[in-house]
Write a protein that binds this ligand. Structure first.
Ligand code: C2O
Ligand code: CU
Ligand code: CU
Length: 526
């Protein structure tokens, strides 16, 4: 399809939607577009994506989609399942970068995982078809040793994939235009009104880099105006390291909400909750009934994050870093052990995320949430699935590691035959901290948790000791200290030519300081 015509169609529908024409109908209406500031762009309509640093003092960066007739800063890409991304990525940063599409099933050459970084000043054409279920996915840099700095610098992009199930949910909720939001919640260290550049001390590199203010789609103090009735929110935790205990406050009370979906799309049926853990890299799709309310604030509630590793602080060294300057004039992981703590709000402290102001009059009662959302089957391991065991440990020299092995870009830790089903049994040490573990290329199902204690224990309300946020198709899952978790992974790959031959993927912790700090392994699907 002609790019410009496709985009034109998207814009026309956005204009129509903003007049409040009511719910989208499955099959007839284009994707819901009244979503975001940044600007919604059809994924198939982006010919050129530039990665640039626009504030060298603070090291702030952004994505710019060049559509020919106009440029969109920090675009939110919307695609129907099956559509094609075909764009030239231009790296205008002073460091190598990649664009990794987190959660999408892509061949190695398009995955942007860091095997093939784009040098400063260079370009790369990236082309793929969107194969995944509807849901919120995202893109971010993944060049080893630079990932945390660049993501903190602002390089976070959202991808909304839609399909008929997705549109049916909007219709069933009677969603009005403006009440569907896609939000990337990151954070910044703000001191004296200014965002501090990325300058983690050695200790920050051990625990993760924490800020003190939420950035929602890049903005501090974000507020959205919504209409009464249901609001549907797709939320990404794009923080480098902070876990969020997501809840919605109206005055002193918490507003219950329906969990509709997780990383890889809709659940079979909604779950009613009042709060949900959302670790870095994870997403939730929720519906919240705002009828009769004036203002609701999304917060991360206080919790005990169980950071239990207090040993010597290792120093990470990335040979690649010596050849490139930092994004701002600051050192990374090298300052004294404690470093500058100003603007560092500890993990688990309460943090305001964003506000929703409810305006307008309800025209009718909100319908009940739909009882069925998708035909996703229950999580189950294949009958012949072999078990693969992994351990997450702390090493005094190297920091947090998978199987006591620091990341090596040229290593393939293990190979899996295409089409195989495996159960991954992953064990976190009792003397540790939460690790949000992420698998590239393949959605998985969480089968069971064991050894959960502390703050997390009371959220294990589903069978197998699982949290509601463990349901559905996942690509990132948190392991609390002392936990063992069992995942069902299906290594089926599409039959397209693009997936022919051995494909390398990664498995890593999505605490980005841990990822850059070697808590990552490569594996191959052959
Ligand atoms: Cu979101 Cu390997 O990353
Ligand atoms: Cu990923
Ligand atoms: Cu970790």
């Amino acid at each position: 399809m002609n790019r410009r015509r496709f985009l034109g169609a998207g814009l026309a529908s956005a204009a129509a939607a903003s007049c409040g024409v009511g719910p989208t109908r499955s099959g007839t209406a284009p994707p819901p577009t009244a979503l975001v500031d940044g600007g919604v762009v059809a994924l198939a309509a982006v010919p050129h994506l530039r990665v640039e640093r626009h504030d060298p003092l603070a090291g702030r960066c952004r994505y710019v989609a060049d559509l020919g007739s106009r440029k969109v800063v920090q675009p939110v890409l919307v695609a129907r399942r099956g559509e094609t991304f075909d764009a030239v990525i231009e790296n205008a940063l002073p460091q190598p970068t990649t664009v990794h599409f987190h959660g999408l099933t892509l061949p190695e050459a398009q995955d942007g995982a860091g095997f093939d970084p784009i040098a400063p000043g260079a370009r790369k054409r990236v082309r793929f078809d969107v194969k995944n279920r509807s849901g919120l996915y995202w893109f971010h840099p993944h060049p080893h040793g630079f990932t945390a700095e660049q993501v903190y610098g602002g390089l976070v992009g959202l991808v909304i994939v839609t399909d008929d199930d997705d549109a049916a949910v909007d219709a069933a909720l009677g969603l009005v235009a403006g009440n569907r939001l896609a939000l990337a919640v990151a954070e910044a260290r703000v001191v004296g009104g200014a965002i501090r550049p990325y300058a983690p001390s050695a200790e920050d590199c051990l625990t993760g880099w924490f800020g003190n203010r939420a950035l929602v789609n890049g903005a501090l103090d974000a507020e959205r105006v919504v209409a009464p009735g249901w609001a549907r929110l797709q939320i990404l935790n794009a923080c480098n390291a902070r876990g969020l205990l997501l809840a919605f406050r109206d005055g002193d009370s918490l507003v219950p909400f329906s969990l509709l979906g997780t990383d890889g799309g809709l659940l079979d049926a909604p779950r009613q909750v009042e709060r949900a853990f959302l670790y870095t890299g994870e997403r939730v799709d929720i519906a919240i009934d705002l009828a009769g309310r004036r203002a609701v604030t999304a917060v991360s509630l206080e919790f005990d994050p169980r950071h239990h590793a207090h040993a010597a602080v290792p120093r990470h060294h990335h040979p690649a870093r010596d050849r490139y300057a930092p994004l701002a004039a600051a050192t990374v992981c090298e300052s004294s052990v404690r470093g500058d703590q100003e603007g560092r709000l500890p993990d688990g402290a309460e943090l305001a995320l964003f506000a929703m102001r409810v305006e307008g009059r309800a025209t009718r009662d909100a319908p009940p949430p739909p009882p069925r959302l998708s035909d996703l089957p229950d999580a189950a391991a294949g009958s012949q699935a072999a078990t693969r065991r992994m351990r997450l440990d702390f090493d005094e020299q190297a920091g947090f590691l998978i199987d006591q092995t620091p990341y090596r870009p040229d290593e393939v830790a293990f190979s899996v035959s295409r089409g195989m089903r495996e159960v991954w049994e992953i064990r976190n040490s009792p003397i540790s901290m939460p690790h949000p573990m992420h698998l590239h290329g393949f959605g998985f199902r969480v089968l069971r948790r064991q050894g959960t204690y502390g703050a997390a224990r009371r959220f294990a309300t589903e069978s197998g000791g699982r949290f509601p946020t463990d349901l559905g198709v996942k690509d990132t899952v948190v392991l609390w200290p002392n936990e063992t978790i069992w995942l069902a992974v299906d290594f089926a790959l599409p039959a397209d030519a693009a997936f022919r031959g051995a494909q390398r993927y990664m498995f890593h912790c999505h605490n980005l300081e841990h990822e850059d700090g070697m808590m990552m392994r490569n594996f191959a699907v052959v």
